[in-house]
Design a protein around this ligand. Structure first.
Ligand code: FAD
Ligand code: SF4
Ligand code: SF4
Ligand code: SF4
Length: 427
C-alpha cells in the first residue's frame, strides 16, 4: 500500500497496456486504468493537432483513444481547469481525471476556493514542469536561432538545460535555454519566474527528474501526493497496468537538487523582471503606458482562473465608458484588485492578450508585493486559505480581505465586517 509522500519509478506494463508515452507511459496507463474502471467518467488532457505547436485540449471517454494524447507537448500552454469551469460545469456532475502542470494545479485550487470546480470529482495527475514555450515563440526561435524550418520539426524536448528539436530526417539540434533566454527567446516569461516545479497540489506528481540508470527515459518518477493518488497508483499496480520499482537513491538526490535549482532560477527571474518594471509611481506609469494599447477584448478576464466571480464583468462595465477604447485605466485597476492577491502566474492574460500587454508580469509582481506587505500565503498552494478579493456575494470592486495580520485591523469596516485596504502606489 502506498501513502502520501511515497516515491516510485513507474512505467506502463507493455503486456497489459501498449502505451507509448513520453517516459514509459505511466501517466497514460494510470488514466487508462481510471477510465476503464469507471473511477472517472472522462479524461481531460491534450493531444497534438496539426503539428507540435498545436496542443489541443481533448476530452476522452473511450480508453482506446488515450494513446492519441500520450507524450509531452512543451508548446502546450493551455490552462485546463478553466475549461472545466467554463464548459464542464466545474465537474459538478461528472468525475474527471485531468493532467496538470503546476499552473493548472494552482488554478484548480483557486477555482475550487471560489466554488467554481468540485475537487471531490477531480483526479489531478500532476506533471513536473520546467517550463513551456508559446507556439509563436517556438516557431520564431526555431527559424531564427536554430536556422531550421519549424515545419520540419517532429518533436521537441527540454533536457539537461537545453531545448532540443528533432527533425523529420532523424537529426536533432539543441541550444541551451539560458542562451535562448538571454536574447529574449525560450520559455514564456511567466515560466521563467515559476516556482511550482513539482505540482504536489495534484493527487500524484509525475516527471522525468531523478530517473537515472537503465530506467532513464523509460520510466516516470512518481510522487504520491494524496490518498486519492495512492489509491489510483495501488489499483493500477494491482491490475498490472503499471509496473514500478523503488527509485534510485542517487536519483532521489538529483530530483531534490534539480527542483531547488529550478526554484532558485524562478526567484532570480522574478527579481530581474520585476526590477525591469521599475518601482512605485514609475511602475504605475509603465503599467498605464502599456495598458493604453488595450482594446477591451476581455480575454485577460475570461481566461484568468482568479477572475471567475460572476460579478466582475458587471463591475467592469459599470465603471468604464461603454464603447470606448482604450478603456479608462480604471478597467485594469478593477481587474488588478480582484487578481492582485491571488495571481498564480499562469501567464494566460499575457500570452493571449492580442495587444501584447505584459499583464501576467504586472499581476505577479503585484501578488508578490501584497504577499510581502500583508503576509498572505502563496496563491494556489493552500486550499484552506480563503480568497482575498471576490465579488460573488455583493457587487462592488472593493478589496475584501480575510485573515489579515492584526496590524491591519484598523481598516476593518465595522458595518460589513470585512477588512478593507486601499492600495496606493508607493514611491
Ligand atoms: P505520458 O504517458 O506520455 O502522458 C503524458 C500526459 O501528459 C498525456 O496525457 C498528455 O496529454 C499530457 N500532456 C502533454 N502535454 C501537456 C501539456 N502541455 N499540458 C497538460 N498536459 C499535457 N518532467 C520533469 O521531470 N521535468 C521537467 O522539466 C518537465 N517539464 C515538462 C514540461 C511540460 C510542458 C510537460 C507537458 C511535461 C513536463 N515534464 C517534466 C513531464 C514529463 O515530460 C512527462 O510528462 C512525465 O514524465 C510523464 O511521462 P509519461 O511517459 O508517464 O507520460
Ligand atoms: Fe510550467 Fe510553471 Fe510555466 Fe505553468 S507557469 S507551464 S507550471 S513553468
Ligand atoms: Fe494567470 Fe494572469 Fe490571472 Fe495571474 S492574472 S492568474 S497570470 S491569468
Ligand atoms: Fe486589454 Fe489585452 Fe486584456 Fe484584451 S487581453 S482586455 S487587449 S489587456
Amino acid at each position: 500500500m502506498s501513502a502520501k509522500g511515497d516515491k516510485f519509478y513507474a512505467w506502463a506494463n507493455a503486456s497489459k497496456c501498449s502505451v507509448k508515452g513520453e517516459c514509459g507511459g505511466a501517466v497514460t496507463a494510470l488514466l487508462k486504468y481510471a477510465l476503464e474502471n469507471k473511477i472517472v467518467d472522462a479524461v481531460l488532457t491534450v493531444k497534438k493537432g496539426v503539428d507540435i505547436y498545436d496542443a489541443i485540449p481533448t476530452l476522452i471517454t473511450d480508453p482506446a483513444d488515450l494513446q492519441k494524447s500520450a507524450g509531452s507537448l512543451h508548446c502546450g500552454t493551455l490552462l485546463l481547469p478553466k475549461l472545466i469551469q467554463k464548459y464542464m460545469d466545474g465537474a459538478k456532475d461528472m468525475k474527471l481525471a485531468v493532467t496538470v502542470k503546476g499552473c493548472d494545479a494552482k488554478a484548480m485550487y483557486e477555482l475550487a476556493k471560489r466554488g467554481k470546480v468540485n475537487l471531490d470529482n477531480i483526479l489531478m495527475i500532476g506533471l513536473n514542469c520546467g517550463g513551456s514555450v508559446s507556439p509563436q515563440m517556438a516557431r520564431r526561435m526555431i527559424t531564427d536561432k536554430y536556422g531550421i524550418n519549424p515545419d520540419d520539426v517532429v518533436k521537441e524536448e527540454i533536457d539537461k538545460g537545453q531545448f532540443i528539436v528533432m527533425l523529420k530526417d532523424g537529426t536533432h539540434k539543441g541550444i541551451k535555454i539560458d542562451e535562448l533566454e538571454e536574447v529574449g527567446l525560450g520559455r514564456r516569461p511567466n515560466c521563467q519566474r515559476c516556482e511550482t516545479k513539482i505540482p504536489r497540489q495534484a493527487d500524484i506528481a509525475c516527471g522525468n527528474w531523478g530517473v537515472i540508470g537503465d530506467k532513464a527515459g523509460k520510466a516516470t518518477f512518481v510522487e504520491i501526493c494524496s490518498e486519492k493518488g495512492a489509491k489510483l497508483f495501488d489499483g493500477a499496480a494491482k491490475a498490472g497496468i503499471i509496473e514500478s520499482s523503488a527509485p534510485d537513491a542517487k536519483g532521489l538526490e538529483i530530483r531534490d537538487k534539480v527542483e531547488k535549482v529550478m526554484i532558485n532560477m524562478g526567484k532570480k527571474a522574478q527579481a530581474k523582471q520585476f526590477a525591469e518594471l521599475g518601482y512605485g509611481s514609475k511602475r504605475l506609469e509603465f503599467m498605464q503606458a502599456e495598458s493604453s494599447r488595450c482594446i477591451k477584448c476581455y480575454t485577460c478576464v475570461e481566461q484568468c482562473p482568479v477572475t471567475c466571480c460572476d460579478n466582475i464583468k458587471a463591475d467592469l462595465a459599470d465603471l468604464v465608458t461603454p464603447g470606448r477604447i482604450p478603456p479608462n485605466f480604471m478597467f485594469h485597476m478593477i481587474r488588478y484588485s480582484y487578481v492582485g492577491p491571488s495571481c498564480i502566474n499562469c501567464g494566460q492574460c499575457q500570452e493571449l492578450c492580442p495587444m501584447d500587454i505584459p499583464n501576467a508580469l504586472f499581476m505577479h509582481a503585484m501578488q508578490k508585493d501584497i504577499q510581502e506587505l500583508f503576509g498572505y500565503g502563496d496563491p494556489g498552494c493552500d486550499l484552506t486559505l480563503p480568497p482575498l478579493a471576490s465579488s460573488d456575494e455583493k457587487r462592488g470592486a472593493g478589496f475584501v480581505f480575510f485573515k489579515m495580520p492584526a496590524s491591519t485591523a484598523e481598516y476593518k469596516d465595522e458595518k460589513s465586517g470585512y477588512y478593507k485596504v486601499n492600495v496606493k502606489p508607493t514611491e
